[in-house]
Write a protein that binds this ligand. Structure first.
Ligand code: 13P
Length: 252
């Protein structure tokens, strides 16, 4: 089980430090549950320092697929590594929808993350329109295929997938446990076909979209749900800690 917080564009530096300290404390009883936080870029260094000596890992929210150069405003994989990041989110629906990130660009970011030893958290998920039309599996399959083009089995061993139905993000509406399980099982079987069962089966698939302390149990109890990628509820250490607590009930 892995419980990850995506802080998005929230928390200034003092708030990020305070939240990080709260998460560090909450994670003391996490046992075998892996805990990860993804703060805004400007707070990464400070949050890494707060987490030093604990098991809490830190990740970026995106990266640019070049090592360095004239790319004003962007942040590279070596930069993320240099402050102590272990993970990076790629292809979040907000990046795709608000910043026009294409499947090809998601693929380039994912390849770049692997190249520099960052574990990519690949986000996939359909819009409400696509679900209403019954196209959710086709959409997710195409996102997976495009994002993982050229990725080999050895690299796939270091990969996390997050199923985030766009209609459930920040809306308070969550996928039902059945909807989450059905899509996670579909993603798992796609990964098994693509990478073989020895690797595919081991790739953790996180659920994201209005996961809260009150619904975490029904989602995390599903067979193919290996954790959560949490937005809103990761901004309060007590809520995030409560979700971590739920997850501890599902570690072997
Ligand atoms: P919410 O938990 O706020 O719905 O956000 C989910 C998400 O987008 C995590 O990446």
């Amino acid at each position: 089980m892995l419980i990850a917080g995506n802080w998005k564009m929230n928390t200034d530096l003092p708030k990020a430090r305070a939240l990080a300290a709260g998460v560090r404390k909450a994670a003391e009883t996490a046992g075998d549950v892996e805990v990860l936080v993804c703060p805004p870029f400007v707070s990464l260094d400070a949050v890494c320092q707060v987490m030093r000596g604990s098991a809490v890992q830190v990740g970026g929210q995106t990266l640019y697929p070049e090592d360095s150069g004239a790319f004003t405003g962007e942040v590279s994989a070596p930069m993320l590594r240099s402050v102590g990041c272990s993970h990076v989110i790629v292809g979040h629906s907000e990046r795709r929808q608000l910043f026009g990130e294409t499947d090809e660009e998601v693929n380039a970011r994912l390849v770049q993350a692997h190249l520099h030893g960052l574990v990519p958290i690949l986000c996939v998920g359909e819009t409400l329109q696509e679900r209403n039309a019954g196209h959710q599996q086709t959409v997710v399959k195409e996102q997976l295929a495009a994002a993982l083009a050229g990725v080999d089995i050895a690299e796939a061993a270091d990969l996390l997938v997050a199923y985030e139905p766009v209609w459930a993000i920040g809306t308070g509406e969550t996928a039902s446990p059945e909807q989450a399980q059905a899509m996670h099982a579909f993603i798992r079987s796609w990964l098994n076909d693509r990478f073989g069962e020895t690797v595919g089966v081991d790739i953790a698939i996180l659920y994201g979209g209005s996961m809260k302390p009150h619904n975490a149990d029904e989602l995390l109890s599903q067979d193919d749900v290996d954790g959560g990628l949490i937005g809103g509820a990761s901004l309060k250490a007590s809520d995030f800690g409560a979700i971590i607590n739920v997850a501890t009930g599902y570690t072997a």
